[in-house]
Write a protein that binds this ligand. Structure first.
Ligand code: NAD
Ligand code: 3PG
Length: 525
């Protein structure tokens, strides 16, 4: 039975899902050394932001197939190392969106009405109605940095509270911003005009210390900053100085450069509100993310595909839904053309034809690479590392499109150039989703792939098919089906034979000796 390690607290509903297919061990608060020691036993690891998954842990996880982050941010996981090792990394991109947005809004209202400070004073037996004079958010300007899932929800609610919304997000269109009732502006203007600035960006080299001394100097003395995105986007030292000096009015932080937050000047500042990374901590969000990620771990352990893999290029859930039937087609054709070409492959060309030419197809290219490399790498190659493995072998990948081809409802043409020559295959899906190989080396055929197949290129002349049949029979190999494709009568032809059994040793060279046979290939799909 597979084994899953859960290294941070997750909702029981997630454990129940995992338990359907695996032994689940919940061990929270482990040190990096302890993790390195026990991870070799596990097929999957599920965590939140409390576990740092380093290169050493990933390299020790020789059985690991999947790392599931019950939340959004995967910056605590060394994703490049996982990718290299063929480990799928999944997250829950939307499970805690509302929770994080509502936390940012709670922070904004807390800043404007001093709720935490007033509560603290009450708990200290005081009745102080003078020191907590607030300000309204109504008609104030909110600057939203990062207008993605969380930023948009914050903007929506803030608009309903009568706020004017400025937004900065270089990857969002003017149309989308207008739909959300936001005015897209540059950062300098956002800093200069906003009464509240809320951050909802991922941590990247561009966003690290986005709020530093220079940015703080551009803000109004009444400005307040809210960070419920990632630690390190705000330079904490610069922020503490700016608040202390009265350069800005206050800040509310949920996330920190180092977590848990150690000694920090911020802890002592009256107009700074701090929460210990609580953005996703609602009952609803924890159920959402636990289900979302546990289901993906369960599926991957059952050999299915994950719907929110962060390290499979382009394989988003909606794309996945559309392309799912074509992934198998592409992988099968990659496997077939790789075996026909044999030897070292230098170039793989993937041509999307007909309707397929207009789709998002990057995952299909990855599937073709996986198929191509599967003979050499067996189960070591998967959707995660196929592109890296192909690159490391110096295989050039060329993607082309031809929408004018009208066969089936779209077809896929692969050609592989190798040290032993060039071969091509084409395939399509029937309306019931069945795969058909429709062309080999330019010869039209129509056969389903089968486990064991024999392909020959031969002269189209009487007697050849009979001789091959007899030869196979004399070696006790049963033929399941057979088809010949040719372009002209008595010219060259291709024979595709589906076999119930693998070809015994020596039979292929016997076949190539038959008069009229130019080439013969045996493949296992
Ligand atoms: N505090 C918490 O507990 C908590 C909970 C959930 C998510 N988060 C964090 O919140 C952040 C936002 O999450 P999301 O789900 O909205 O992500 P998202 O991907 O939906 O949105 C992020 C947005 O940031 C924009 N962006 C990227 N680089 C930018 C840049 N340099 N300048 C401006 N905009 C930029 C993107 O275009 C995108 O629209 C992430 O960092 C996530 O990890 C924190
Ligand atoms: O990226 C996230 O999803 C949030 O930071 C939540 O982190 P958590 O799961 O540790 O609460």
């Amino acid at each position: 039975m597979a084994k899953v390690l859960v290294s941070d607290p997750i909702d029981q509903v997630g454990i129940d899902i995992l338990s359907q297919v695996a032994q689940v061990d919940v061990k929270t608060g482990l040190s990096a050394e302890e993790l390195v020691k026990i991870i070799p036993e596990y097929d999957a690891l599920m965590l939140r932001s409390g576990t740092r998954v380093t290169k050493e842990i990933i390299e020790a996880g020789t059985q690991l197939k999947i790392i599931g982050r019950a939340g959004v941010g995967v910056d605590n996981i060394d994703v490049p190392s996982a990718t290299r090792q063929g480990i799928v990394v999944v997250n829950s991109p939307e499970g805690n969106t509302i929770a994080a947005a509502e936390h940012a809004l709670a922070m904004m209202l807390s800043l404007s009405r001093h709720v935490p400070q007033a509560n603290q004073s009450m708990k200290a037996n005081k009745w102080d109605r003078k020191n907590f004079m607030g300000t309204e958010v109504y008609k104030k300007t909110l600057g939203v940095v990062g207008l993605g899932k969380i930023g948009s929800h914050v903007a929506n609610v803030a608009k309903a509270m009568g706020m004017k919304i400025l937004a900065f997000d270089p990857f969002i269109s003017q149309d989308r911003a207008e739909q959300l009732g936001c005015t897209l502006v540059d950062l300098d203007l956002l800093f200069a005009e906003s009464d509240y600035i809320t951050l909802h960006v991922p941590k990247t080299p561009e966003t690290t210390h986005l709020i530093g001394r220079e940015a703080l100097a551009k803000m109004k003395p009444t400005a307040r900053i809210i960070n419920c995105s990632r630690g390190g986007i705000v330079n904490e030292d610069a922020l503490a100085e700016a608040v202390e000096a009265g350069q800005i009015a206050g800040a509310a932080l949920d996330v920190f450069e180092e977590e848990p937050l150690g000694e920090s000047k911020l802890r002592g500042l009256e107009s700074v509100i701090l929460t210990p990374h609580l953005g996703a901590s609602t009952a609803e969000a924890q159920v959402n993310v636990a289900i979302d990620v546990a289901e993906q771990i369960r599926d991957v352990l059952l050999g299915l595909t994950a719907r929110s893999a962060v390290n499979i290029p382009g394989l988003t859930p909606d794309v996945m839904e559309k392309l799912r039937p074509y992934l198998k087609l592409s992988e099968t054709l990659g496997n077939l053309v790789g075996q026909l070409a044999g030897g070292r492959i230098e170039r793989l060309t993937v041509r999307f034809q007909g309707e397929l030419a207009t789709n998002k197809t990057q995952p299909l290219v990855v599937a073709a690479m996986k198929g191509l490399l599967s003979q050499a790498l067996r189960e070591r190659v998967n959707y995660v590392n196929a592109a890296i493995e192909a690159k490391e072998r110096g295989i050039r990948i060329i993607e082309t499109r031809d929408a004018s081809v009208r066969d089936y409802s779209g077809s896929l043409h692969l050609s592989a150039q190798g040290s032993m020559g060039e071969h091509s295959v084409t395939g399509a899906l029937l309306s019931d989703g069945e795969i058909r190989i429709t062309d080999v080396d330019g010869f039209p055929i129509n056969v389903p792939p089968s486990n064991y197949m024999l392909f020959t290129v031969h002269r189209d002349m009487p007697g050849i098919i009979g001789q091959i049949g007899s030869l196979l029979g004399s070696f006790n190999v049963n033929i399941a089906s057979m088809q010949v494709g040719r372009k002209i009568v008595r010219g060259d032809a291709v024979m595709a034979v589906s076999l119930d059994d693998p070809l015994p040793e020596g039979l292929l060279s016997e076949i190539t000796k038959v008069a009229g046979i130019r080439d013969a290939y045996t493949v296992k799909l």
